[in-house]
Ligand binder design. Structure first.
Ligand code: GDP
Ligand code: MG
Length: 167
């Protein structure tokens, strides 16, 4: 099974870092900003099935906003990322969710990711707040850290597992 997934969210929330952690098992302290979008592909074996993830990692800057529909319209799953240490990125994540609800594919599987949980001391968005928003909008919710690898494989594995179940 193969499906297309898109990562959306403010610049600097850790989208590229999450994908690189998943695909390469590594973390970079000085990750260069993505220009336009980057494409990654990864194969996982889930419950004896082979699942291929085709991942569009978008840039997040406002000036690339008009390109985003090209990536999310063809996607089966969308991962919207915010940074728990910045409430602004949570506000921006909600804007992405609204846009996906209005303009995304109606069967789009949506996941809200609260990244950078290693920055607990700088936390500006409570777990409950993120979880409640996700629940109210029919999204999966998970807190991750691309830096420590916490929940990163779980994030992709859960999505793959769910896509298998509904395929
Ligand atoms: P993107 O713009 O959403 O793709 O974000 P990047 O992946 O480029 O990450 C932006 C910055 O945040 C980089 O300096 C990363 O090293 C850092 N970063 C990404 N994920 C984490 C995380 O989980 N914890 C911490 N502390 N820093 C992170
Ligand atoms: Mg990036």
């Amino acid at each position: 099974m193969c499906f297309i997934q898109v990562l959306l969210g403010d610049m600097g929330t850790g989208k590229t870092s999450l994908v690189l952690r998943f695909v390469k098992g590594q973390f970079y302290d000085f990750q260069e900003s993505t220009i336009g979008a980057a494409f990654f592909s990864q194969v996982l074996s889930i419950n004896e099935a082979t699942v291929k993830f085709d991942i569009w990692d978008t840039a997040g800057q406002e000036r690339y906003h008009s390109l985003a529909p090209m990536y999310y319209r063809g996607a089966a799953a969308a991962v919207v990322v915010y940074d728990i240490s910045s409430v602004d990125t949570f506000v921006r994540a909600k804007k992405w969710v609204q846009e996906l609800q209005r303009q995304g594919n109606p069967n789009l599987v949506m996941v809200l990711v609260a990244n950078k949980i290693d920055l607990e001391t700088k936390r500006e968005v409570d777990v409950e707040e993120g979880a409640r928003y996700a629940q109210d909008n029919g999204m999966f919710f998970i807190e991750t850290s691309a830096k420590t690898a916490h929940n990163v494989n779980e994030l992709f594995y859960e999505i793959g597992d769910f896509m298998l179940q509904i395929s």
